[in-house]
Each structure stands twice: as structure tokens, then as C-alpha cells.
Design a binder for this molecule. Structure first.
Ligand code: UDP
Ligand code: MG
Length: 342
């Protein structure tokens, strides 16, 4: 895209990662195309704006549906990843693809739990000079109690660990394409997008909305994926847990020193410590702590392992209606995405 983006009438892409979303896509696509057309007729965005569905290796009819939508409208594009690489990587694939011919990009989940009416507001903010506009949830009424509590404790923990993240904001946001390009330079594999964006140093604003329950289909974030996501979020940003292991070790040394002094004093005052219960207990306790510490270190070693391998994040299997400009633009990351297309 040109160096100076069109702020007055930007070309907008809405990137929608979709994994096994056949149940919810028909209604989502109707709402999103309706919104896009309205914004185009209202002259808020340019004629060339489009929706970009990223099929994250779905095993259901998601890709067929996307193909159908793309055949019906030139404002719909599709990108099919060869395998399921997860929400974050699917988002990156979409951002990377859409950064070739847009001024701004919105990312939104396929189930449209996030209010699409916030999108025109985001574009308005963009036209007023914001380069990143966060969609921030007003409430979490639509979440289960469990999800609410875990999500909120997670934000708080991240905050204490020194990770900049916007409270109650997930991956529903608008970014200027320039900001997206900055973001795409972050070449790490263990990526937690929403922790990186606030640090890009671009002008930012927030749009508030209330999040709705999923209308169809099941969540693609079961507990296991949520836990992985949280662990990735913490360990890919903060080395504080490693430091905590160090301080924990120091504290244990101090305790051991105290016990040593106590035992010596008891010995010279004629008392001997008889029971071995305390001994056994401390062995178990210390072993536990050691194992936890090793676990934390292992987490980082694992991260180093995946970073060093430097594998491509995703491979594209197919794409439809994608712009010709894309081919003129040098890929921002590895050549892999383009060379693997077939
Ligand atoms: N998703 C994806 N790949 C995955 C898991 C999820 O692209 O491996 C997409 C999914 O299709 C949806 C978004 O990520 O568009 C968020 O998933 P979901 O709505 O299931 O999460 P929740 O709202 O329950 O946290
Ligand atoms: Mg959802």
C-alpha cells in the first residue's frame, strides 16, 4: 500500500479467523456483508474494502461456505490454511494478507460475539487519527461464571507480571495497516498478540461494546486451549517467574541456615532432635518446590526450543478473490506463505 494511507475514505479489511464455524458463518456473513455495504454506501470506507475469512484448517464445511460467499460478492475473500494453527496464528495470516492493499484492518471472531456496530465507531476513531482502536467489553454477562473469574484473574496476573495489556480487550480491534506492518516484524513463534500491540507506540483509543453469547456452534477455546493460551501469554512476555524461582531458592537457603543454627544450638544445650517426621516432610516439600521450579524453567527452555526452530507459522493451501497487489508486495515474513500456495 502507498506510504500515505487514505484516512478520509480508508480501504478496510475485516479479518475473520474461522475454525469449524459452519454453524455460525451463514448468519455472521450476512451481518458482516450488510455492515460492509452500508459503510461503503455511507462513504465511510472505500469501495475496495472487503471481508477476509481465514479458514484455520477446519474439518467441517467452513471453506465451502467461504468459497460460496466469495463467489457471490467481490467484497469477500478467503484464505485457507493447510492445518489448524490456532487463533493467534490465523489472525497473523489474515493480517499479513490484508496488509498488502488496505489502510486499516479490523479483526473479529467468526461468532460475532463482539458487537459489529462497534466497527463504524472504530473507523470513525481511525479517521480522527487513532492508529489502534481497541474494542473493550463493557461487561462479561454473556460469559460463564468460570470464564469470567479465570479471565479476570488472568488480566490481573498479567498486569502484576508487567505485561501491558488492555483490560477486557481480546482480539477485536482496528489497526492502521502501518501499525500492522510494525506488528508483523515481531517474528516470534510463541505469540500473544494482545500483549504486543499496546507496546507498538501508536496513537490509541477504545470503543466500548457489550459482548453477546455465541449464537451457534460451540466455543473453540476449551479449557485446555485456554490454559495453554494463558501460559503462553505469561511466559512469552515475562521472565519474572524465572526470577521468582531464584528468590524462592534464596528464601529456602535462609530457612535452611536458620534450621542449621537451631540444630547446633540444640546440640550444644544437650537436646537432640528425635523425630524424623519433620525431615521426611521437608524432603517432600523441598522436592515439590524443586519440581515446580524445574517446571517453570522447562517452560522457558521449551519456548527457546520452538523459537530456535523458527518454523513457519502457517502454510496457505488456497485463497480466493485475493488482490493482485499482494503479489507485488514483498512478503513481510518468510517466503514460506507464498511458496507453499498450490
Ligand atoms: N479459532 C481459530 N482457530 C482455533 C480456535 C479458534 O481460528 O484453533 C477462531 C474461532 O473460529 C473464532 C475465534 O477464533 O472465530 C474465537 O474462538 P471462540 O469464539 O470459540 O472463543 P471464545 O469466544 O469462546 O473465547
Ligand atoms: Mg467466541
Amino acid at each position: 500500500m502507498s506510504a500515505s494511507p487514505n484516512i478520509c475514505k480508508p480501504t478496510l479489511a475485516i479479518v475473520i479467523p474461522s475454525f469449524n464455524e459452519e454453524e455460525v458463518l451463514p448468519s455472521s456473513n450476512a451481518s458482516l456483508t450488510g455492515l460492509l455495504c452500508k459503510m461503503i454506501t455511507d462513504n465511510e470506507i472505500s469501495e475496495d474494502s472487503y471481508l477476509l475469512y481465514v479458514d484455520d484448517g477446519s474439518r467441517d464445511r467452513t471453506w465451502e461456505l467461504i468459497r460460496g460467499y466469495a463467489a457471490e460478492s467481490r467484497h469477500v475473500r478467503g484464505l485457507r490454511l493447510a492445518a489448524n494453527v490456532g487463533h493467534q496464528n490465523a489472525l497473523i495470516a489474515g493480517l499479513s494478507e490484508a496488509s498488502a492493499d488496505t489502510d486499516a484492518i479490523v479483526t473479529i471472531d467468526a461468532d460475532l460475539q463482539d458487537d459489529i456496530e462497534a466497527i463504524p465507531k472504530m473507523v470513525k476513531d481511525f479517521r480522527n487519527g487513532s492508529e489502534i482502536v481497541y474494542g473493550v467489553r463493557e461487561n462479561r454477562d454473556s460469559d460463564t461464571r468460570f470464564k469470567r473469574i479465570t479471565a479476570q484473574s488472568f488480566y490481573k496476573l498479567m498486569h502484576h507480571l508487567g505485561v501491558k495489556s488492555v483490560y477486557n480487550h481480546a482480539d477485536f480491534r482496528l489497526m492502521s495497516t502501518a501499525a500492522v506492518r510494525d506488528f508483523l516484524l515481531y517474528d516470534e513463534r510463541n505469540i500473544f498478540i494482545r500483549g504486543i500491540i499496546p507496546g507498538l507506540g501508536r496513537t490509541q483509543s477504545e470503543v466500548r461494546y457489550s459482548r453477546k453469547p455465541r449464537t451457534a456452534g460451540k466455543t473453540k477455546y476449551p479449557l485446555k486451549k485456554m490454559l495453554n493460551f494463558a501460559v503462553d501469554g505469561i511466559t512469552s512476555f515475562s521472565v519474572r517467574p524465572v526470577r521468582m524461582v531464584f528468590f524462592l531458592g534464596m528464601a529456602f537457603l535462609l530457612v535452611a541456615l536458620g534450621i542449621f543454627i537451631y540444630v547446633i544450638i540444640r546440640h550444644f544445650t544437650g537436646h537432640t532432635n528425635a523425630g524424623w517426621t519433620s525431615l521426611i516432610l521437608s524432603i517432600w516439600f523441598c522436592t515439590g518446590v524443586l519440581l515446580i521450579s524445574l517446571g517453570i524453567i522447562g517452560e522457558y527452555v521449551g519456548k527457546i526450543y520452538t523459537e530456535v526452530k523458527h518454523r513457519p507459522r502457517y502454510a496457505v493451501r488456497d485463497s480466493i478473490n485475493h488482490s493482485n497487489k499482494h503479489n507485488d508486495t514483498p512478503p513481510l515474513r518468510s517466503e514460506y506463505e507464498t511458496t507453499r500456495k498450490h
